[in-house]
Design a protein around this ligand. Structure first.
Ligand code: TRP
Ligand code: SF4
Length: 327
C-alpha cells in the first residue's frame, strides 16, 4: 500500500499527536508499505498566515520529533510540502473542478471560521484547505491515509474529487481509504479538549519534573472527595491516561480494584501514571537531544525526502497534464 499523511507545523508535538497519529504512522512503516510523511506548512499558512515568524523553526522541530518518535527515513519518505511544488500545481488543477458550495458546506469549515474568528480566515486559501489536502494525497496516488477522526470529511472530499477527475478525464486517481487510528481521543489534563490555548497539553518533550507538575493536579473521579471514598476509574481522566500510556495489565487491575474499594489513593495512582509516561517518553527525549546536537541530520533527511517525493509526485502530475490535454 502507498501511505500518505501530513501534519501542520504548529510547534511541538503533544501526547495526543503521538498516540493518536504518529504511533499509527510508525506501525504502518513496518509492513510492506511505501510511506510518505510530510510537514504541511502550506496548510499551516491557511490559518496562520499573519504570523509566520516561527514557521521555519517549527518545520524542523516537527521533523525532529517525527524521527525521535520512530519515523525511520530508511522506511519512509519525510519531506516538506512547500518544497514539492507539484502539490501546488495539482491544487490549482483540482480547484477547477470543485464546487464552492461543497467546500462551504463542510462542517469543520464553518466550525473553524467560528472558532478562529479573531484570525480573519475568510480567505480563499482557507476555503480551499481541503482541495490542497486532496492534492497532497492524490499527488502520490495514495491507497491509505492514516488520520484522526477530525479529518474524515477532508478524506471524503478527496475521494469525491478523485472520482470527478476520473470521470471527466479518464482513470488517473485511486480513491484513497481513510485509516482511522483506534486510540480513543485523549483529553487535556483539565478534562477539556486538548488545546494549547487552555494550557492543558503535555508536549512529548515535557521532562519528568514538568510531567509531575501537570499530572499531580489532575482532576479525578469527583466521587473521591476523601481518600476513603471509593471511585470509578471509568469516570476518571487519569485512568484514560493509564490506558493510553500502556500501564501494564496487572497494574491496571490493581488500580481498578484499589480505586473501587478506596484502597489506593489518587496520589499513588498518579505516581504510577508518571512512571508509565516516563517509560514511553524517555527514549523520545533522548533522541530529541541527540538530533538537537546534530542539526544537520534533520536537514539532510528533509532534502533527501524532498527529492524522492518530487520524483513520485512528478510522475503523477505528468499523467494529470496528459489526461487534461495540457500542452
Ligand atoms: N489537515 C491535516 C491536519 O490538520 C494535515 C494534512 C494536510 C494532511 N494534508 C494532509 C493529513 C494530507 C493527511 C493527508 O491534521
Ligand atoms: Fe482516578 Fe486513579 Fe483516583 Fe481512581 S485512584 S479516581 S483511577 S486517579
Amino acid at each position: 500500500m502507498r501511505i500518505v499523511s501530513g501534519m501542520r507545523p504548529t510547534g511541538k508535538l503533544h501526547i495526543g499527536n503521538l498516540l493518536g497519529a504518529l504511533e499509527n504512522w510508525v506501525k504502518l512503516q513496518d509492513n510492506e508499505n511505501e510511506n510518505f510523511f510530510f510537514v504541511a506548512d502550506w496548510h499551516m499558512l491557511t490559518t496562520g498566515y499573519e504570523d509566520t515568524s516561527k514557521l521555519k523553526e517549527n518545520t524542523e522541530t516537527l521533523v525532529r520529533e517525527f524521527l525521535a518518535s520512530g519515523i525511520d527515513p530508511k522506511k519512509s519518505v519525510v519531506f516538506v510540502q512547500s518544497n514539492v511544488k507539484e502539490h501546488a500545481e495539482l491544487h490549482l488543477l483540482l480547484s477547477m473542478i470543485v464546487q464552492l458550495g461543497r467546500l462551504e458546506r463542510i462542517p469543520t469549515y464553518k466550525e473553524q471560521l467560528r472558532e478562529l474568528k479573531e484570525r480573519n480566515i475568510s480567505t480563499l486559501g482557507f476555503l480551499a484547505y481541503p482541495v490542497l489536502q486532496a492534492a497532497d494525497i492524490l499527488a502520490y496516488n495514495a491507497d491509505g491515509v492514516p488520520v484522526g477522526e477530525d479529518q474524515a470529511f477532508h478524506l471524503e472530499i478527496t475521494r469525491e474529487i478523485a472520482h470527478k477527475f476520473n470521470s471527466l478525464y479518464g482513470e488517473v486517481f485511486k480513491e484513497p481509504k481513510t485509516l482511522l487510528s483506534r486510540v480513543p481521543k485523549l483529553l487535556g489534563t483539565d478534562g477539556r479538549k486538548m488545546s494549547k490555548s487552555y494550557g492543558n497539553v503535555i508536549n512529548i518533550d515535557t521532562n519528568e519534573k514538568e510531567l509531575k507538575n501537570m499530572i499531580m493536579p489532575m482532576k479525578t473521579d469527583p466521587a473521591r472527595m476523601r481518600r476513603t471514598d471509593p471511585g470509578t476509574p471509568e469516570k476518571c481522566n487519569v485512568w484514560a491516561y493509564h490506558k493510553a500510556f500502556g500501564t501494564p495489565q496487572e497494574k491496571l487491575d490493581e488500580i481498578h480494584r484499589g480505586c473501587t474499594s478506596a484502597k489506593i489513593g489518587c496520589v499513588d495512582c498518579k505516581k504510577i501514571l508518571i512512571k508509565s509516561m516516563k517509560e514511553k517518553l524517555e527514549p523520545i527525549w533522548v533522541k530529541i537531544d541527540e538530533l538537537k546536537a546534530h542539526p544537520q541530520i534533520v536537514k539532510d533527511v528533509i532534502s533527501e525526502g524532498n527529492k524522492k517525493a518530487r520524483t513520485v509526485a512528478g510522475e503523477t502530475l505528468q499523467k494529470v497534464r496528459e489526461a487534461m490535454n495540457l500542452y
